[in-house]
Write a protein that binds this ligand. Structure first.
Ligand SMILES: NC(=O)c1ccc[n+]([C@@H]2O[C@H](COP(=O)([O-])OP(=O)(O)OC[C@H]3O[C@@H](n4cnc5c(N)ncnc54)[C@H](O)[C@@H]3O)[C@@H](O)[C@H]2O)c1
Length: 328
């Protein structure tokens, strides 16, 4: 059993959408937390941790050895979330994506070995499945990975790198996150559920491409909690393992999402476009993380839609279309 009070966790990308929620959960559970982030999207997400003696922030870049060494000092566990996230930014900045998602990730792992880190959890993605070979099948962790973008290529390559380190003393765990929704200290409104609900709440009609394409969805607080569960699980259950993170019942097509949003915002107008802009189409089975680690979601897609809709109804976000809520 892990005694949290003795453990220090490095969260790379700790100022990000999922990272800042993870920092919050780890601090709440009495870990000491070091966050390393280059603040590509600002640092306001960290304000509520500021001054907490268990929290240290290092503004730095995972491509820089000195920053990595400083961040790894006296660290027991590493959660690696820093990345160029999603296909659009990876397509726009391919060299940067390779440097951050591949080269810097490999270097981070090498330095973790030097520093004697005990556990390493990698934030991967269900995007790695790409497109289901058989329509409507459920893909579990044994399904073939089929990366169809630079983003998922970098993620798949780093997964393989981690899994190839069978003699490493570090407990290595891969978490393949579902597409995220919900509010965290760094809100993002460029992810499907959040973006559709924001636009609907602002009275904009939705224009939906690929309405029949499936994706699994998971709330940001549940995803962040899954990282903590993986960090504290018996090593034998998580070492060298990949887990899909989410819930098998939370696979939706975009058309189904629009129907859910329409239940919350009846004035919603939806238009469908026949063009396919994103060929990814995958339904995911998330039973392994439930059965092996006891992980259960606490929120569903309809809960998330209500959460986002109320945020806009109450006008809590003053500039909802501001680019800082997106990643490109
Ligand atoms: N959001 C999703 O739907 C989703 C789904 C599956 C997997 N993931 C994975 O989860 C992780 C976190 O995603 P997110 O949605 O929180 O994204 P995010 O963009 O909000 O967070 C990433 C953070 O990494 C930081 N960062 C980027 N490059 C850096 C560098 N070179 N050095 C230091 N910091 C750097 C950014 O400043 C940002 O704060 C990523 O690894 C992503 O691939 C996200």
């Amino acid at each position: 059993m892990v005694n949290e009070q003795n453990k220090t966790v490095l969260v790379t990308g700790g100022a990000g959408y999922i990272g800042s929620e993870l920092v919050r959960i780890l601090l709440q559970d009495n870990f000491r937390v070091v966050a390393l982030d280059n603040l590509s999207f600002g640092g306001e997400s960290l304000l509520s941790f500021w001054g907490n003696p268990a929290f240290t922030f290092i503004k730095g870049d995972i491509r820089n050895d000195d920053d990595l060494r400083a961040a790894l000092k006296d660290v027991d566990y590493v959660c690696h979330l820093a990345a160029i996230v999603g296909e659009p930014p990876c397509k726009k900045y391919p060299e940067l994506a390779l440097e951050v998602n591949w080269n810097a990730s490999v270097r981070l792992y090498e330095l973790c070995e030097e520093a004697g880190v005990e556990r390493f959890v990698f934030a991967s993605t269900c995007s790695n499945y790409g497109k289901m070979a058989v329509a409507n099948s459920l893909l579990d962790e044994t399904a073939e990975l089929n990366p169809i973008s630079l983003y998922s290529e970098t993620k798949v390559n780093f997964e393989k790198y981690l899994l190839s380190h069978t003699n490493s003393t570090i407990t290595r765990t891969i978490l393949r996150f579902s597409t995220v929704y919900g509010i965290s200290p760094r809100p993002r409104f460029d992810l499907t559920v959040n973006e559709f609900t924001r636009d609907a709440a602002l009275g904009k009609p939705l224009l939906i491409y690929g309405e029949h394409f499936w994706r699994p969805y998971c709330h940001v607080s549940d995803l962040a909690r899954s990282v903590k569960i993986a960090l504290t699980a018996d090593k034998g259950k998580v070492n060298g393992e990949a887990f899909n993170v989410g819930d098998t019942a939370q696979n939706y097509t975009k058309k189904m999402l629009a129907a859910e949003i329409g239940r919350e915002i009846p004035s919603l107008e939806v238009n469908y476009h026949p063009a396919v802009t994103d060929p990814r189409d995958y339904k995911v089975n998330c039973d392994k993380i439930r059965d092996v680690l006891g992980f259960k979601i606490s929120k569903t897609v309809p809960n998330g839609i209500r959460e986002i809709a109320s945020l806009f109804r109450e006008k809590v976000i003053s500039e909802p279309m501001n680019a800082r809520y997106g990643n490109v």
